[in-house]
Design a protein around this ligand. Structure first.
Ligand code: FAD
Length: 281
């Protein structure tokens, strides 16, 4: 049985909060393995991430995973976020290095953790958390090679990570190739395939460019000229995401993570048609 998980981001405004809680309400009956809440670049959503995770704990029976980055922060600051998470009842952290606030080249904070491996090690030493990390099927943009990325993933596992979630990819073959590379490297922890169903192709393309995800020509062609045609984009997005998930399930992938962008419709449709999650169909 394929397990599912959903990513949300902390809302910036009351209206955005309403939208998020509507999405959570719609997706919660699917009983995902966990739902994760992102931590804004450079720690910019520290309080909002905390509030969002706390509300999930207080008002739902979902299991939240709180994201945490160590960029641009001292160890003391990061540790105090961890203490706050623990006090709120968080038991699962997605531990990341993060990007510099100006998106420039990474510079460790003088008194901070020098990267994701050090952060994972500190969390493991502290204890009490399930630790998830990132993985990059198409290579992190800063990485010298996919092998270097896989070595880094191994180091994160050796430091205490028990699960990884991949960056989203549009080219499903990249998920398959990565799965095979990880197996060849002896990595046995669950590596959850990241899926981003989205109707906003222009936005998704920008995100893909920023994080080094390849946008296949067939996908760009499918959206070509549909900038003003949201209805057709929605049908295409659902079809693309369903095809991708079906292929991954057929290939034996046991865990899928949906980057929901705080919108339930597409993810809900994909889960319904593929009978993912626990809702009565
Ligand atoms: P790592 O996996 O630690 O490293 C990424 C790359 O950095 C490596 O491939 C390598 O090129 C380089 N690198 C790191 N350490 C070394 C070293 N010791 N020597 C040489 N090279 C090194 N960002 C946020 O701001 N907030 C979030 O909530 C968030 N959530 C995410 C969730 C997932 C599932 C993913 C995949 C990404 C997320 N990101 C988030 C983005 C992430 O912060 C960026 O991709 C960032 O650039 C890398 O952080 P990382 O922990 O993935 O890096």
């Amino acid at each position: 049985m394929t397990s599912i998980s959903f990513e949300f981001f902390p809302p910036k405004s009351e209206a955005a909060g309403e939208k998020l809680w509507k999405a959570i309400g719609r997706l919660a009956p699917l009983r995902p393995d966990f739902v994760s809440v992102t931590y804004g670049a450079g720690g910019s959503t520290r309080d909002r991430t905390h509030q969002c995770v706390k509300r999930i704990i207080d008002e739902t029976d979902l299991k939240p995973a709180a994201h945490l980055t160590c960029v641009a922060a001292s160890k003391t600051d990061v540790d105090s976020v961890v203490d706050d998470y623990a006090a709120a009842g968080v038991q699962h952290i997605v531990a990341l290095r993060g990007d510099m606030p100006d998106m420039g080249a990474f510079q460790p904070h003088a008194e901070g953790y020098d990267g994701s491996v050090a952060l994972v090690a500190a969390l493991a030493k502290r204890g009490g958390f399930d630790i998830t990390v990132s993985a990059y099927p198409e290579k992190h943009p800063e990485s010298a090679s996919l092998d270097a990325d896989i070595d880094l993933l191994k180091a994160k596992i050796d430091a205490g990570a028990t699960r990884a979630i991949t960056q989203f990819v549009f080219d499903t073959e990249a998920h398959l190739r990565f799965r095979d590379r990880l197996a060849a490297a002896g990595i046995t922890i669950p590596v959850i395939a990241g899926i981003m169903p989205t109707t906003n192709f222009a936005g998704a393309k920008r995100m893909a460019e920023a994080c080094g995800a390849h946008v296949p020509q067939w996908l760009a062609d499918a959206y070509e000229g549909l900038e003003e045609d949201a209805d057709t984009r929605k049908h295409i997005a659902a079809s693309v995401a369903i095809d991708q998930c079906r292929k991954l399930i057929d290939e034996g992938f046991e865990n899928l993570h949906f980057y929901t962008l705080n919108q339930a419709d597409l993810t809900f449709a994909v889960c319904r048609i593929l009978k993912l999650g626990a809702a009565a169909y």
